[in-house]
Design a protein around this ligand. Structure first.
Ligand SMILES: [Zn+2]
Length: 169
């Protein structure tokens, strides 16, 4: 998000040189630069000890494709804490081992996604109201539910990392 007005006092911002970053919108009332902002979110491929992955159907996102667990980071949280919290909130599962899956820019939402693979013990889900349905599916079959592979889709890089990690490829 590019700022045109100061989010604190509402003054129209003027470009001011900020070292190596070049011109950046600046509030002369608050003496503050407003660098372009974006949100950060965690996305977690949840896997169990039987080689299955959790796939979630969330009608507010799509009626055709299924998602991984994902959620916005809260100020003060590490991405790891967000990942653990979201998996518990959305599926009611406790992550036993969390592996980092790198960061991925998600252009559709102007978001930086922090990818993870979270290993849990297989259990029935306790779904949050944000999730319409969730299933355990053999990892090999998961792409049939996943969003199409386009640049910016974080599901596939995590999926490939999972396969590599578990010796499937
Ligand atoms: Zn201001």
């Amino acid at each position: 998000m590019h700022y045109n007005y100061c989010p604190i006092c509402g003054t129209k911002l003027k470009d001011k040189k900020a070292g190596d970053d070049g011109n950046v919108p600046y509030c002369y009332t608050c003496s503050k630069y407003w660098f372009d902002g974006f949100s950060s979110a965690a996305i977690v491929l949840v896997a169990n000890e039987y080689g299955e992955m959790a796939m979630l159907r969330q009608g507010y996102l799509s009626h055709d494709y299924w998602t991984y667990v994902a959620g916005y980071m809260k100020p003060g949280e590490s991405a790891e804490e967000t990942a653990v919290r979201e998996v518990y909130e959305e599926l009611g599962l406790k992550i036993e081992r969390l592996e980092y899956g790198g960061t991925h820019w998600f252009p559709m939402g102007d978001q930086l996604m922090h990818g993870f693979i979270g290993f849990v013990k297989k259990k029935d889900f306790t779904l949050s109201s944000e999730v319409d349905e969730a299933v355990w599916i053999n990892a090999a079959d998961a792409p049939t539910l996943m969003f199409p592979e386009v640049p910016g889709n974080t599901q596939y890089p995590l999926y490939r990392q999972y396969l590599k990690m578990t010796g499937n490829k």
